[in-house]
Ligand binder design. Structure first.
Ligand code: IPE
Ligand code: IPE
Ligand code: MG
Length: 249
């Protein structure tokens, strides 16, 4: 169980979050979906602050998928506006939070002013410590195809290692913990390659209602699990060794 005041250790370096449930949060209150996204953006900022306090190394957030373009233009436009506002705000807070901002996904679709702002934000924050990956216009399948094509065009062999290095996330370790809010238990095309051995945590809490207490519940759940990566628990392999020793004696 984590203490009231704690800092994360090397077991939990990277948390990724599927920030889902904004639309339902607004619907429940008889408000247009856009209100939910706007509240969701506030939650996102508070969670960044908290993750910085507990000394997380990498936070990745799923903000807009390659499939989210299917939504009504009004909703998509409101999300784009929130992104643009956040990019402006972020320019002022990168040093406060020591943020190294990286967009993962295809940002070539953005209009030039926003794209230039994002590129500048990435450049000026590149040496900061706390990595914030924003998955925007991101799709896991799309990313794997992009990485494979990149290797082919460079004449490189495709291996697990080279492919990992060609992904948008080559600058950070794979997520230790993936959290999804909003009650659905699926991945929705998020970090398909990187999630191979991530611990998954699903909660019914809608993203605008998510807070540091909810994040602590997810962290507690993570620390209660045993990661085996296909092997055996450390305890059971040492008791096996002891049993083998006993048999040999
Ligand atoms: C997540 O919330 C934000 C985006 C996908 C952009 P939703 O908008 O999917 O909210 P629900 O799932 O419809 O409630
Ligand atoms: C996943 O949520 C994408 C983001 C949170 C950005 P969706 O709401 O798009 O996922 P589905 O459609 O329920 O699978
Ligand atoms: Mg959703």
């Amino acid at each position: 169980m984590i203490e009231d005041k704690f800092e994360l250790d090397e077991k939990l370096k990277h948390i990724a979050i599927i920030m889902d449930g904004n639309g339902r949060w607004a619907n429940k209150r008889g408000l247009p979906r856009e209100f939910g996204h706007s509240r969701g953006a506030e939650t996102f900022k508070k969670i960044i602050e908290y993750c910085k306090d507990i000394k997380l190394n990498v936070l990745t957030v799923y903000a807009f998928s390659t499939e989210n373009w299917k939504r009504p233009k009004k909703e998509v436009d409101s999300i784009m506006k929130l992104l643009s506002q956040y990019v402006k705000e972020c320019e002022k807070s990168i040093n406060k939070y020591d943020l190294c901002v990286r967009f993962i996904g295809d940002i070539s679709v953005f209009e030039e002013t926003l794209r230039t702002r994002i590129e500048k934000l990435q450049r000026v924050s590149a040496n900061n410590k706390f990595i914030l990956n924003i998955a925007f216009n991101y799709g896991g399948r799309n990313e794997i195809v992009y990485a494979a094509n990149k290797l082919l065009s460079e004449g490189k062999e495709i291996s697990e290692e080279s492919l990992s290095q060609a992904l948008y996330t080559s600058h950070c370790p794979d997520p230790d913990l993936i959290i999804r809010t909003g009650g659905d238990c699926r991945i929705s095309n998020f970090l398909l390659w990187q999630a191979a051995y991530s611990e998954l945590y699903f909660t019914d809490v809608l993203w605008p209602d998510f807070d540091k207490n909810e994040l602590n519940k997810a962290i507690n759940s993570f620390y209660s699990r045993k990661r085996r990566y296909g092997g055996l628990d450390k305890d059971s392999s040492s008791s096996d060794k002891q049993a083998r020793k006993d048999t040999l004696c």
